[in-house]
Design a protein around this ligand. Structure first.
Ligand SMILES: Cc1cc2nc3c(=O)[nH]c(=O)nc-3n(C[C@H](O)[C@H](O)[C@H](O)COP(=O)(O)O)c2cc1C
Length: 161
């Protein structure tokens, strides 16, 4: 998407595919570039280990290595993360700490299972220019209901530019 000089990109991390689904939907509907944050540390996808390993990394504020991404030419980032233990996933912490999001308008969307707790205020503590946030619950069950919400959110953002 390019309106005048305002260039936007969707940047997301997704372990189990929910955030990816939203990111891809957004990108395809609005023709916005899309980049996936890839963690070099492999997080378990199944069983209790999934919650233990991921949850512990959140608690310890671990910053796993991620593949390099180039977002320098964009002014705005639709930043997507799953909620892990009430906040963004560790690979997103790494991205934030890389400084690459600084100075950009950040539109933050996060997927969860209904227990987002204070996920939006957690990202607001990160010294980013958070312009708007979108909380998305239960993508697996509600994708059809979620679609219009996503469309409205992005439309509002685009129309303000
Ligand atoms: C380590 C871990 C911690 C999680 N913590 C929460 C949580 O605190 N609240 C919640 O509602 N869902 C929690 N979930 C569920 C995910 O937020 C939810 O399934 C999300 O949509 C997954 O996104 P993804 O498919 O893009 O990885 C957690 C999942 C994992 C793996």
């Amino acid at each position: 998407m390019e309106t005048g000089k305002y260039k936007a990109v969707v940047v997301y991390y997704s372990l189990e595919g929910n955030t990816k689904k939203i990111a891809e939907y957004m990108s395809s509907k609005f023709d916005i570039d899309i980049l996936e944050v890839l963690s070099r540390k492999e997080y378990p996808r199944y069983g209790a280990k999934k919650y233990l390993v991921g949850g512990l990394d959140v608690f310890k504020k671990v910053m796993p290595e991620i593949e390099d991404i180039d977002i320098e030419r964009y002014d705005a980032v639709f930043l997507g993360s799953p909620v892990w233990a009430g906040t963004f996933a560790p690979p997103i912490r790494t991205l934030i700490r890389s400084g690459k999001l600084e100075g950009k308008d950040i539109h933050y969307f996060y997927t969860h299972k209904g227990g987002a707790m204070n996920a939006s205020s957690r990202i607001e503590e990160c010294d980013l220019n958070i312009v708007s946030t979108l909380s998305i619950a239960n993508v697996e069950k509600n994708m059809e209901d979620i679609k219009p919400t996503v469309i409205n959110w992005v439309n509002e953002i685009i129309n303000k530019e």
